[in-house]
Design a protein around this ligand. Structure first.
Ligand code: BTN
Length: 239
């Protein structure tokens, strides 16, 4: 089955563009842009999206399981992106719970899943992915953590593979849930068995990362006990 990918030179945000046109879209329809003037990241943050140097990709997906499945969906997107970027570059790409890709302990890409609306039980979501390829001199006010580039790749080939693999794996996820992906996550997890701290609001929780459960929650081990957390941001710790 064909993938429809619209190529946009300049846009405010590829996610916003699909959100604006949601009625005309079918599951798996996607777009890419060369430049975004108002790219967004998670938690209301900006995303640095300079001209021509990176990948800015969005895909529409109709989630029949409803919004409760959005967490699992976004984790599957991370797995698919890590595997596809590894296939195309040969580099050891990792996932960071819940929604980042890492290369050499530095952020390579971010994933933003947004809800467009609901009809009955089904949720309409837009999946956005930004991957650093050849970024130079990012605005330090926007990019405020260690970051990595994938390097030069054939972006047409990359987009074609991403669109195809996402459609295949998201259908698997719709049929079988997250369970068949838990081994993939374990294999790709940048933090598994490493000491981390989890920031939830102003609270810091220390533990050893143990991957995720069937619901997509982060597993942290503390004093021999493993607990699941559904939100927050993790980072490595040395203390
Ligand atoms: C994050 O790490 O905070 C998520 C970043 C997501 C950025 C991508 S770029 C393509 C798509 N369009 C947007 O406006 N954001 C996402």
């Amino acid at each position: 089955e064909d993938s429809h990918v619209e190529v946009l030179p300049i846009i405010d945000s590829t996610n916003q563009y699909l959100l604006n046109n949601i009625e005309k879209l079918q599951t798996g329809d996607s777009c890419v842009a060369e430049f975004q003037s108002k790219a967004r990241g998670r938690r209301g943050r900006q995303w640095f999206a300079p001209f021509g140097s990176n990948l800015y990709f969005s895909m529409y997906w109709r989630l029949d399981q409803g919004i409760a499945a959005a967490m699992g969906l976004s984790l599957v997107v991370g797995i698919v992106m890590a595997d596809t970027l590894r296939e195309i570059s040969g580099q050891d790409i990792k996932v960071k719970w819940p929604n980042d890709l890492y290369l050499d302990d530095q952020k390579l890409a971010g994933i933003l899943v947004e809800l467009a609306g609901k009809t009955g039980d089904c949720a309409h979501v837009v999946i956005g992915v930004g991957v650093n390829l050849m970024m130079t001199n990012p605005d330090p006010n926007i990019v405020n953590q260690k970051w990595a580039n994938l390097g030069k790749v054939d972006r047409n080939l990359l987009v074609a593979k991403v669109a195809k693999n996402l459609k295949t794996k998201l259908r698997d996820f719709e049929q079988h849930g997250l369970t068949p992906f838990l081994n993939d996550w374990q294999r790709l997890d940048n933090f598994v068995n490493r000491p981390v701290k989890l920031l939830i609001g102003d609270n810091v929780i220390r533990g050893v990362a143990k991957g995720i459960n069937e619901q997509g929650a982060l597993l942290l081990e503390q004093n021999g006990e493993t607990k699941a957390f559904i939100g927050g941001e993790i980072s490595l710790r040395s203390d």
